[in-house]
Design a binder for this molecule. Sequence first.
Ligand code: NAI
Length: 337
Amino acid sequence: MAETKAHKITLIPGDGIGPEVTHAVVRILEATGVKFDWERFAAGAEAFEIHGEYIPAALYESIERNRIALKGPVTTPIGGGFKSINVTLRKKFDLFANFRPIKNLPGLATHWPGVDLIIVRENTEGEYVGLEHEVVPGVVESIKVISEKGSTRIAKFAFEYARKHSRKKIHSIHKANIMKLSDGLFLRCARKVAEGFPDILYGEHLIDNTCMQLVMNPFQYDTLLLENLYGDIVSDLCAGLVGGLGLVPGANLGVECAIFEAVHGSAPDIAGKDVANPTALLQSAVLMLRHIDEPAAADKVQKALEMVYAERKTLTRDVGGTAGTSQFADAVLAAMG
Ligand code: NAI
C-alpha cells in the first residue's frame, strides 16, 4: 500500500501560554493517525532575539510554501513597540476572513446553554490598517479604512458559508449612525450581496445594542458579519457566553493561505504554569483538519474533547477544574483510545 503523504504545516507556537497549549495540541494531533511534517518558527520578541527580525523571512516563505499554519498567540506591546505579528501576518497573506464559531461544550454550565453562533470578521481593514500619526503635539489621527472590495468579499464569504452550512440568518453589525461613510459603505456592500441570497434572512443592528442583546438573548442571532474592530471585541464577548477565552477557536482564511489560531492572546498572567486551557487551540486545529480534508481525524478529536468535557473529571482551572494543560491533553488522548 502506498505511504500516505505527511501534511506540511507551518507551526508558530508563539509566546506566553502559546508554547504550552501548542505542545498539548501537537501531541493530540499526532495521535490521530494523520501524518504531519511541522515547520516550527518563533515570531515576535522571541524571533527578534534569535534572528533580529520579528517575523523571520523563512517564516514567510514557509507559509507561502505550505499555505497552512497553526499558530499560538503572540504578545503585542501596548502603546508602542513593534506592530502586531498577528495583524501583520493577516495582511501579508491577505487572510481577509476571520471565522470564529461559538458553541457550548457539553458538561459546562454557562448562563446560556445551546449557544450556536458564527462570527465572520473582516480581517484586513478598518482601524487595524495601522495608519496613525501625530498631527500636532497632543493630537493624534487614526485612520479607519473601509473599501467596497474588502466589504463585498467578506459579505460574500459570510453568505456563501451560511448557504453551504444551512445557517438561516445574517446580521451586519455596525455604527453607521455615527460613521456614516465608512460603516455606511460596509452596510451597502452587505445589502447588495444579501440580494443574491434570498434564502438567508438579513438584518442590521448597531454594535452597542448588539453587545447588550448578545448578553440578554444570544439566540436571536445566527451569523454575525462585522468589521475588524467590532469583530475583535464581539468575539471575546461571545467567548464569555460559552465559558471563556480558553475554549473558542478561530481561522484566518484567504484565497491562497489559512492560519488557524485561537481567539485568545498570550495570557501572561498564567503563562508557564501549566494551567492554560488548550481547548481553544485544539478546536482551531479541528478546523484545520477539516480544511486539509482530514474529516475523520477532526471528528475523532472533537468527539474525544467533548467526552472529556461531558465527564467533567479532568478540566482546567478556567472552567472550574483543577487539571493542568498536559493532564488535560492526556485525558483527550485517553478518550481518543
Ligand atoms: P488574553 O486573551 O491573553 O487573556 C485574557 C484573559 O483570558 C486572561 O485572564 C487569561 O488568563 C485568560 N485566558 C486566555 N486564554 C486562556 C486559556 N487558553 N486558558 C485559560 N485562560 C485563558 O488577552 P490579553 O491579556 O488582553 O492579551 C495578552 C497579550 O496577547 C497582548 O499582548 C495581546 O496583544 C496578545 N493577543 C494576541 C492574540 C493573538 O496572538 N492572536 C490575540 C489577542 C491578544
